[in-house]
Write a protein that binds this ligand. Structure first.
Ligand code: GLN
Length: 190
């Protein structure tokens, strides 16, 4: 059974944990850097990336997470994708620089605070529902990054080896395919 952590400092962690459990994973709500030890993978959920950063500045958490994401499967959704990115704009802010992507925060405007789109992706099984909440836009991707879904030409789900990032909230849709993909990445990395 894979042991998957969900960073539980803030934001939408509970829905991720229950989705992972329904797919057969054991979950750990991670609130201290020590809890990263022994995990097979980690989800960094959506929320507010600036608030995450404030919490992570304490007790060496930021550096522990940066080291963790270097070689352990990590999936960042929305604010989590912002944290994994190498470059952050609007405004610039500190990040783990784990994934070779540049993101623009709050890219879809205030009038579009949240919305749901459904499109074909490279995940088999038909169109995927994607829930966006004050979502970032992935503006640039490096050569090691594979785009699995996009929206108006901008990637919304990307993979770089053991790392996965989504600008939407897969935990808010019924469809388990994105979390299943992450568990498949965890299994293949183990
Ligand atoms: N707007 C948030 C940020 O910039 C992300 C929103 C989300 O995670 N749903 O950090």
């Amino acid at each position: 059974t894979p042991r998957i952590g969900v960073l539980a400092l803030q934001g939408a962690f509970e829905a991720h944990a229950s989705r992972l459990r329904s797919l057969g994973a054991e979950t750990v709500l991670v609130r201290t850097p020590e809890q990263l030890a022994g995990l097979d993978g980690l989800i960094i959920p959506g929320g507010e990336s600036t608030t995450f950063l404030k919490h992570l500045e304490r007790g060496g958490f930021f550096d522990a997470l940066k080291t963790f994401a270097r070689d352990t499967p990590t999936f960042g959704t929305c604010a989590g994708a912002i944290l994994l990115a190498t470059g952050v704009r609007n405004p610039e802010q500190r990040s783990l620089a784990a994934m070779d992507i540049t993101v623009e925060r709050n890219a879809y405007g205030r009038q579009n605070e949240s919305h749901i789109l459904e499109t074909e992706t490279s995940i088999p099984g038909g169109p995927l529902e994607m829930v966006y909440i004050r979502a970032p836009r992935i503006a640039e991707t490096g050569p090691e990054v594979t785009t699995l879904a996009e929206r108006n030409g901008s990637p919304t789900l990307v993979r770089q080896g053991h790392l996965l990032a989504a600008t939407f909230h897969p935990e808010l849709s019924e469809d388990p395919r994105v979390h299943q993909l992450f568990l498949d990445i965890v299994r293949s990395t183990k």
